[in-house]
Write a new protein. Sequence first.
Length: 265
Amino acid sequence: MKKGALDLETKKLDVPGTFGDGLVPVHIIEGPGTRADAPLVVLLHGVHGCAGPTPGNKYGDLARMLLELGARCAIVETSRRRRDRETFCEDREAWAHEAFRGKTFRQDHADAVAGIEAAAAVAAPGGIWPFGFSLGGIHAVLAAGDGSLSFTPAGIILAGSGMRVRPEAELALDLPILDTMPDGKFLAEAAGRMKAERLISFWGTLDSTFSEEACRALVEAAPLPPERKGFVVIEGADHAFRNYRGSPSLKPLEMISSYLGRAIF
């Protein structure tokens, strides 16, 4: 291990991927005094996302918040043709096509599972909590319901993940990965078979991709008793939890980490 920013202990694993450069980078992050039995939160990004421990990256920022609470974290980034997201500035569609053109949902799901498993291999004896944003949450639910995980998660955490997108967001389904997604019935059936000790779902009231109803439906499909499921509404947060009441802010992530600090220990 080597010392990372802010005295964090980081270890990078290059896991074989399914597409493009053939790599799924996994960063394992701990604080210098993190307990060996601390829960491990495995962060999965949304579709076409970029995830790493760098300050300013959403997943790196959230990982540091969770580490301050005593958790350990892993950040998974899926395989792709290129990793220079900054080259495309705000042109998200051009980035999606150039980096992921030809990648299927099944390939992306396999990458997510490989990243979770690689992180889980270094987690013992602490519980493992896959935490996915948007498509990453769908991957987490499917993995816990299709038998692809070698362990039963201590919990699944979702942020902006639902059964079906809003009608006004359906144009995005023509983009790579999303254009080969299975239908909602497939996800509902997998959610109904989900094996996990707990399920926590976050939804922002300014989410323009998934409605509250669609996100609640995913939670309701999980075969867990009500006391082991939670649905948390974040007032003013957008779909990505990057903005608060329309302005860039860490507040949605701070609210999520505060809730998890009470829930996962």
